[in-house]
Design a protein around this ligand. Structure first.
Ligand code: PGA
Length: 251
């Protein structure tokens, strides 16, 4: 069966001192807690320290983005190999904030996830519709395009190595969570797309996370849905108590 994954997306928060405090707090709270994969995705500047703190803990480390080229004159960019080198196992790809503020497209998502796979990093590929798209009844069309183009030419073998996150843009940072039924409807749509594109067994193994105002108070109901395999948590991942409660509430 699919093991739940709770991932914290710290975004552009937490300096080194705050990182040390948060990770040490999480280690204490979640010590010996298994049955769910736990992931923290801090900013690049603290990844190396985070790796040292998390050594021998049950909390894994991820980055929030990467650039697809291996190396070269790309000022300001960070490669998959560099992320791997600093101790990450996961990387978030195509977050809606990257798409909105940094002009990411389904094509760049595709290049980035391939670069991640080359370095044996687990990409968490984000998809999701805006409020306008939902209101125009285009949700499934948008998600289908994001999947078809973002995951273009990904083999069945590789699809098993990635995680998909459904994050309705209107629910991110707004306090407005999708209802468990709304989440399940799209998660099932994604799994059905995987079944059609690959096969039943493959689709059944891919983890699909929900993201968008996940909190201790809604994680249990979200996780009751058959196709919701975990959460990608922004705001509530920045505090020991709320993130630990989400992790504990997920099983
Ligand atoms: P949020 O963010 O939990 O603050 O809504 C989720 C995300 O952007 O991944």
């Amino acid at each position: 069966m699919r093991k739940p994954l709770i991932a914290g997306n710290w975004k552009m928060h937490n300096n080194l001192a705050e990182t040390i405090e948060l990770l040490n707090g999480l280690k204490r709270e979640l010590l010996d807690f298994d049955g769910v994969d736990i992931l923290a995705c801090p900013t690049y500047t603290v990844l190396s320290d985070a790796k040292d703190i998390l050594l021998d803990s049950n909390i894994k480390l991820g980055a929030q983005d990467l650039y697809w080229e291996e190396k070269g004159a790309f000022t300001g960019e960070i490669s998959a190999a560099m992320i791997k080198d600093v101790g990450c196992e996961f990387v978030i790809i195509g977050h809606s904030e990257r798409r909105k503020y940094f002009q990411e497209t389904n094509d760049s998502v595709n290049k980035k996830l391939n670069a991640a796979l080359t370095q044996e990093l687990t990409p968490i590929v984000c998809v999701g519709e805006t409020l306008a798209e939902r209101e125009e009844d285009k949700t499934t069309e948008v998600i289908k395009d994001q999947l078809a183009q973002g995951l273009k030419d990904v083999t069945a073998e590789n699809i098993l190595k990635l995680v998909i996150a459904y994050e309705p843009v209107w629910a991110i940072g707004t306090g407005k969570t999708a209802t468990p039924q709304q989440a399940q409807q799209i998660h099932k749509f994604i799994r059905d797309w995987l079944k059609d594109t690959y096969d039943f067994d493959t689709a059944e193994q891919v983890r699909i996370l929900y993201g968008g105002s996940v909190k201790p108070s809604n994680i249990k109901d979200l996780m009751k849905e058959p196709d919701v395999d975990g959460g990608l948590v922004g705001g509530a991942s920045l505090e020991v108590v709320s993130f630990s409660e989400i992790v504990k509430g997920s099983i």
